[in-house]
Design a binder for this molecule. Structure first.
Ligand code: ADP
Ligand code: MG
Length: 635
């Protein structure tokens, strides 16, 4: 028999980096290496069952589907073997020699971005095969692929810089065996008690039997198929943790069995914390799809729309064929019915929660609301979606309060036909915005939006029930005027007499001249109460903040032109009328008008250059300090 040649390979740089982090910075979570290896074995068995269901010829077809763990305390040796699909030499090089897109590379990226808390992160990620080097001084893999004519191979490494591969002549059965020679400080992983407790903690719900020295130690039941009444809260929690690697309990459990017209079970969870704790983690969502207990696809992305991606769990269908291909799932009518039904279940569950336990719902909303909001294009479920939205409102006591459209509608004024909202950086900023004044005066509720996404939501859904959604910038004053005032408006100023009216109207003409083509028009305002002026957006389609977003997207810096409205019942404006009457060319008028205009721009987020505004303020302050000292007789 010819001697097989051992070939040496060097680890890729990113693997060396990962190994370095795993070995040097993580101690408290070391036990998860076992979860990772068992999960790989389970994946290998799932893949085998999948191949077998689609009729692939399989080596050693009579072997049972199982995972075996043995240990030798004296040798500090732990061995994990499975009868899964195994690996060819090429598989070994490409799967174990490079970082797959799933798990490890994401983990690395997160670690690089967030060096602070590696131990916390490791619990949530599948860090993969390499985690074994947290406990191993040497690892030997012997594996035989399900493919008939591929030789068995051995892979060996100390996890430092390189690994060796050699073909084996021995007759090895299908599957993979991993021998772990434990470091001295990790020898507890060759003790029965330790191994058993780690498996029970992390791998109890693996759907293949795990034997520890020939004793089966995991539960191997498809919890989602059991009747609800027989499942304890503890079991749900345990299963959730097994499924998600989360160390907290779930916020909600949604367990449903559907019998007609299609039959399936779903066991879904809403986590307490959004998993996407580093930004938008697009890959990491989806539900596990089973067909009669057989895993068809991990993290299927089509069972739920993306905006419900925070939901974790499994769906198990009775009706789909076992040999269904993942690629054609989306075209499958049964699959689509299941996905509609699952989506409906989640939305109804949330609706019930919102109605029966609003505080619990608020907790959900604070954590997952910003993802949920992305559902504004789910037209099939638009009504349910809209009912689940929450905003802060002028009716709430502070910025933490939440209001639904339904609540808003129930408080609407007689004859009010529209729902009003305004966008701004904070409650403080929105509530003093001049646009809001008329709403305060009329006692009309305004939804306060602080998240730019809210604007997209409003402008895409456009309506709630029969009511149009309107930005306070885009209101039709006639509609607002019709509604009754709440405050018994005791006018602070007398009406302008005939002559003063004429003067005011000439002042407005003067203002138009001063501002020129910076504005569309200058007009007397009906909406202002406490502010002297504000800008009105004449764009029917877009609010100022939306325009700003568009400008940023198009790298176009010029703000759109607006109409400046002037409040004639404001002290400043009344004084201006007097100044104007005395001398229409007084420089004070120019400065004041420019200042009013730029301040209004500033409030709308339209002011591009603050320099002129600041120097004008300084100039005016200087002047007023002169007047002040004169009036106060200070020398
Ligand atoms: P992941 O499981 O996220 O793909 P791992 O680092 O855990 O990443 O594993 C890398 C790859 O090595 C797996 O995708 C699989 O192809 C292969 N592999 C690991 N363990 C086994 C095994 N027991 N049987 C067959 N293939 C395996
Ligand atoms: Mg893995």
């Amino acid at each position: 028999m010819s001697e097989n040649v051992t070939q040496k390979y060097e680890f890729k740089a990113e693997i060396k980096q990962l190994l370095d982090i795993l070995v040097h910075s993580l101690y408290t979570s070391r036990e998860i290496f076992l979860r990772e290896l068992i999960s790989n074995s389970s994946d290998a068995l799932d893949k085998l069952r999948f191949e077998s269901n689609r009729g692939t010829t399989i080596l050693d077809a009579d072997l049972p589907f199982e995972i075996k763990i043995t240990f030798d305390e004296k040798k500090q040796l732990l061995t994990i073997s499975d009868t899964g699909i195994g690996m060819t030499k090429a598989d070994l090089i490409s799967n174990i020699g490079t970082i797959a897109k799933s798990g490890s590379s994401e983990f690395l990226k997160q670690l690089a971005d967030n060096k602070t808390d590696a131990n916390n992160i490791i619990g949530k990620f599948g860090v993969g095969f390499y985690s074994v080097f947290m406990v191993a001084k040497e690892v030997v893999i012997r594996t035989k692929s399900l493919k008939m004519d591929e030789p068995a191979v051995e892979w060996k490494s100390d996890g430092l810089g390189d690994y060796e591969i050699v073909d084996l002549n021995e007759n090895i059965k299908r599957g993979t065996t991993i021998e772990i020679y434990l470091k001295d400080d990790a020898k507890e992983f060759a003790e029965r008690y330790k191994i058993e407790s780690v498996i029970k903690k992390h791998s109890n719900f693996i759907s293949f039997p795990i034997y520890l020295d020939s004793e089966k130690i995991n539960t191997v039941s498809a919890l989602w198929r059991e009747p609800k009444s027989s499942i304890t809260k503890e079991q749900y929690k345990e299963f959730y943790k097994f499924l998600t690697y989360d160390n907290e309990d779930p916020l909600d459990v949604i367990h449903v069995s559907v019998d007609a017209p299609i039959q399936f079970n779903s066991l879904l969870f809403i986590p307490k914390k959004n998993f996407d704790f580093f930004g938008f983690n697009r890959e990491d969502y989806g539900l596990d799809l089973y067909v009669r207990r057989v895993l068809i696809q991990h993290k299927n992305k089509d069972l739920l729309p993306e905006y419900l991606g925070f939901v974790k769990g499994v769906v198990d269908s009775e009706d789909l064929p076992l040999n269904i291909s993942r690629e054609t799932l989306q075209e499958n009518i049964i699959f689509n019915k299941i996905s509609q039904s699952v989506t409906g279940q989640v939305l109804s569950y949330l609706a019930k929660k919102a109605k029966d336990e609003p505080e619990h719902y608020a907790e959900f909303w604070k954590e997952h609301g910003k993802y949920f909001k992305l559902g504004y294009s789910d037209f099939t479920n638009l009504e349910k979606y809209s009912q689940l939205l929450r905003f802060n409102s002028s009716n709430n006591e502070d910025a933490n309060g939440l209001t639904s459209f339904d609540e808003y509608v129930s408080r609407m004024k007689e004859d009010q036909k529209e729902i009003y909202y305004h966008f701004g950086p904070s409650r403080a900023a929105v509530s003093v915005n001049p646009h809001i004044e008329i709403f305060k005066k009329k006692g009309i509720e305004v939804l306060y939006l602080y998240d730019p996404l809210d604007e997209f939501v409003m402008s895409s859904i456009r309506k709630f029930k029969d009511f149009d959604l309107k930005s306070v910038e885009q209101i039709d004053m006639k509609k607002i005027d019709k509604l009754k005032d709440v405050e018994s408006a005791k006018p602070e100023f007398q009406e302008l007499n005939k002559q003063e009216k004429l003067q005011f109207s000439s002042l407005i003409d003067k203002m138009k001249k001063i501002l020129g083509d910076k504005v569309i028009d200058v007009k007397e305002s009906q909406r202002l109460k406490d502010s002297p002026a504000c800008l009105i957006n004449n764009d029917e389609m877009m609010t100022s903040s939306m325009q700003k977003i568009m400008r940023m997207a198009n790298k176009d810096s010029a703000p759109v032109k607006k109409t400046l409205e002037i409040n004639k019942d404001h002290k400043l404006v009344r004084n201006l009328i007097k100044v104007f009457n005395a001398n229409p060319e007084d420089e004070f008028i120019n400065d004041t008008v420019e200042q009013l205009f730029e301040t209004a721009q500033l409030l709308d987020g339209d002011l591009l250059d603050t320099h002129t505004l600041v120097s004008r303020i300084n100039k005016m302050l200087e002047q007023s300090s002169d007047w002040y000292t004169t009036v106060k007789n200070i020398s």
